[in-house]
Design a protein around this ligand. Sequence first.
Ligand SMILES: O=C(O)CCC(=O)C(=O)O
Ligand SMILES: [Fe+2]
Length: 295
Amino acid sequence: MDYSHIQKPELGYRYEFTLDELDAAQACVEAHGFAILKSVLTDEIVAELQQSVKQVIDPDDTLGPGNSFTHTSFIEHSPAMWKLFDHEPFMRAQRVFCQTEELTINRTAAIIRNPGSDPLTWHSDFCGFTDGPPTFSGDILNRGPWPSGLWFYITGSHPKHGGLAVIEDSHIEGWEGPEGFQLTPDQRSFHRIGTEPEGYVGFDVPGMVPLFTDPGDEIIFASRTYHSAFPNRVDRVRLSCGIGLRPRNHPVNAPWPLSADAKAFLQAFPDRLQPLVEDYVGIDPAWRGDDAMMG
Ligand SMILES: O=C(O)CCC(=O)C(=O)O
Ligand SMILES: [Fe+2]
């Protein structure tokens, strides 16, 4: 399926903001669950990040047509991403979106979606719908009120190019799913009423907002906001990367040890930026809690 016919929607409210409208952008995230902040990155930073995502994930260009890959500790390998912390417009914005002056790095990611890659299942990144013991890394890192999405689609977000789509107003506690759908038992996705309770893939969902961005724009979405990514149907790789930050006064208790890469990153990270990695716990994507279901 090709989604090049999908147009930028006219909503009854503004959701694109400039760097001097940070409070309005945050108000939109609070009201509707998402916002776009225009031109946060310079062209130079965009170019460096594009280069870095390719170099860290797929240096020899062997990922192959139709494939995608998500790197879940990108910051540890990308000095290009470190530069954002010295880019004051970026920092000022993140303090507003995280509602605190004192930030720490929660998690980071970078994604390559090659031409021909599949659409993503609709989901929420939030893992606090139930309060049982943690079963995987998301239960530790994605359980707080901080934004789940602080993303840069550094080759642009467009429906034909593997861009992001969100569901407006889906960030509200108690949201029950789009009209005609119901939440899956774990509440992290939804399915059409009357069908198997499997996460939905498709772009005919009421409330869907396809996001159109330029490479330097930041996409912000709230902790619970449901989102998906279109398939990449143009002949150009889709690149994205994101830095999830959380308030520094909100430590998370990670059950996994810091990896060798995480330790090397903490050592190499510049002294002046060290407050940003206070309580940095890295990630062990393979970690499973005792209560994790087998199989
Ligand atoms: O690939 C994308 O555009 C979205 C990725 C995403 O939602 C995730 O990694 O949780
Ligand atoms: Fe996600």
